[in-house]
Every structure is written in structure tokens, then in C-alpha cells.
Ligand binder design. Sequence first.
Ligand code: V47
Ligand code: SF4
Length: 373
Amino acid sequence: MTSAITNIIADPNFDPALKAIAQKVLDAKRINEEEALLLFEKGSLPFVGALANYIAHSLHGNKVYYNRNFHIEPTNVCVYTCNFCSYSRQYKHRDDGWELSIEQMLDMVKKYDGQPVTEVHIVGGVHPKMNLEFFCELIAKIKAHRPDLHIKGFTAVELDYMFRKAKLSIEEGLQQLKAAGLQSLPGGGAEIFAPLIRAQICPDKVDGAGWLAIHQAAHELGMPSNATMLYGHIESYRDRIEHMQALRTLQDKTKGFNCFIPLKFRNDNNDMSYLTETTTVEDLRMYAIARIYLDNFKNLKAYWPMLGRQTAQLTLAFGVNDLDGTIDDTTKIYSMAGSEEQTPSMSTEELRALISTVGKTPVERDTVYNEIA
Ligand code: V47
Ligand code: SF4
């Protein structure tokens, strides 16, 4: 791998600015925003792939992580109206959606009794009547039933609404959820932080600064989180870079992010269906450039229910070291948005095979990236 990069550096005809980036990667130096832009504009797929693969290999050797998890989506009723969302229903149309009771959600947890799942991921629409008290009770009951199950739950968008309704500060709200048993936050709701883009794709929910403030507060309370970016719609390369820059800056401060997950915009059944989806080449370049730019993020995750398992498998040669997860057909967000994965579920054996088929070593992890023997 090093030799592929050294050959590029030795080639007298290769773009000198790209060569300088390759040299920085070999020297384990951070690239800046202008260099990231150059990679988006001029970096060929094999070039960014070689650099990203080199970094992933330096961090993780041949290992690719996966986890055994399932999702609970309490509701798809939502007070917000994000234009890219294929999943939500307005409160007035709630009869077309779903609203689960605490008992129904506990039954979903009980279905996994005796099975070696390590994580439940709880995320859904922002329901006007499901409040902080409701979710604290849910979490406490899940923990009481199964103390070993890691609870990763609630996007900053859900939390922002919950805490404002409860008239609590971010810290107070998070402390209540933590006391009930919440252990980490997923990365959703970040979309693209750039205000002009946000105004067009998700005008009414928490803004970029608010999203970052909630994650910072969680990190400071000892709760790690993930970070996402919704790409491939109306944003520019600069918007993507500024988004990643904000994440890199916060990670320098708190070191609280476990992983970065680029989310490809899917265009079925939503108000942005007129947009063409990105190509696989663009997707792979996105993953590779994220791996190169985000030098303080240890893990780059591909979420296969959204990308489709074949593209997710390809990302493993473009800097990705983490595949989420067994899922067990418990999420609808992406099947409703047109993903090729209409009933996302993989057995541990299938997930391991997906990884080993491309010459990588599958390693099971828990939510905070401890390896599981
Ligand atoms: O915030 C919604 C995205 C996110 C579409 O942290 C869409 O481990 C593409 O964040 N096309 C929620 N994306 C899901 C999420 C997530 C998923 C898996 C793992 C983790 C983690 C987090 O889904 C939303 C939004 O960015 N989304 N609609 C769509 N049409
Ligand atoms: Fe609601 Fe989330 Fe859909 Fe936006 S993306 S409408 S916040 S469920």
C-alpha cells in the first residue's frame, strides 16, 4: 500500500498539489480544508482509495468491525418536515403511521432474550406527546430487563425537542436520561450544518450549532456519540468540508465521537425525489475523503441498510473499518426512502462473510468498540 503511494509521489507527471497531500498522509499529518477540496475536485478514485486504505490499515490493520444490534423506532409521527424524509408522518396524519407503547417496545427487547445482541439503537420521529418522562421510563425498563444491553438512543433533534418541552437545559435533560440508563447517542440529525442548505432541506429542526452543543454536552457527561453527514443532495463539496471541519474541531476538544457515518441521500418517496442519487464512484470517493480528512476519528462506519450490502462491501477498500450491524429488519428509515435493502437483516455469518470475501478480518465489537472474543 505504501508502495502504491510512493510510486505516485515518484511520478513526475502527477499533480504536485495532490502529491503534497499524499506525502502528508504518509507523514501522518493533518490535511486542511483547501486540500480536502482538491481531493473532491481532482482526486481520482484509485488515488483517494490508496490514501484512505493506507490510513485505515495504519489504524486497524486488516480488521473490520461489525456489531450485533437491533433498532427500536418508537414512532414515525414527527413535528418536523424535513424534505428528504420518506419516513415521517405529520401528527394530523398519525393514523397512517405508528406509535409504540412502552410495553410494545419492551416486547421487542424481550424477543432477543438469550440472544447475543449487544446494542439497541432507539431513534424515531419527534412525536409531540412522547416526552422525556416517557423515554426515561422506557430506558429504565429496558435496563431493568436486560442490564447488559447497551442503549444508544435519540438524535440531537429528538433531544432538543424533548428538553425544550421539559424546560430543561441540555445538561439537565441528558443527566436524567443517563440516570435512567442511556449510554450513548447515535449520529443522526446532523444532515449538513451549512445554514443555507439546512434552510432548504430541514428548515424547522435544531440547527448545526444546536446539534454540536448537544453532542459536546453528552461527551462532557461521559456519554460518547456518533456523527453523520447526509450527502449527495443540494450541498456543495465546500458544505461537506465545513461540516466535517466542525466535527473535527469538536473531536479535538472532547474526543467523544466513536465514529463518522456518511449517509447517502436516497430519493424515493420524499420531497426531494427530483434529485438524482450519487453514483457508486462518488460514494466511494466520499468515504475515502472522509477517512483522509477526519484524522481524529478512529472509526469510519458504513451503514449497509442505507447503502445496500454490495456498495457497503466496496467501501471496505476505501477507508471503512466498521459495518453496522445485524439489524434484524428493525428499521424502516431507508427501505421507505428507496434503499435496495427492503427488509434489512443479516445473520452474523452473512456479515462476517461479507467482510472476509474482500480479504478483511471480521471482528465483533460492542458499541464503544471493545472487541468481543
Ligand atoms: O438524520 C433520513 C437520514 C438519519 C434519508 O449513529 C436519510 O450508529 C438518506 O443517523 N436518504 C437517521 N438518509 C439515521 C442515522 C443512523 C443510522 C445508522 C446508524 C447510526 C449511528 C445513525 O437518516 C437522519 C437522516 O440524516 N435520512 N432520510 C434519506 N431519504
Ligand atoms: Fe422528522 Fe427525522 Fe424525518 Fe426530519 S428526518 S421529518 S426530524 S423523522
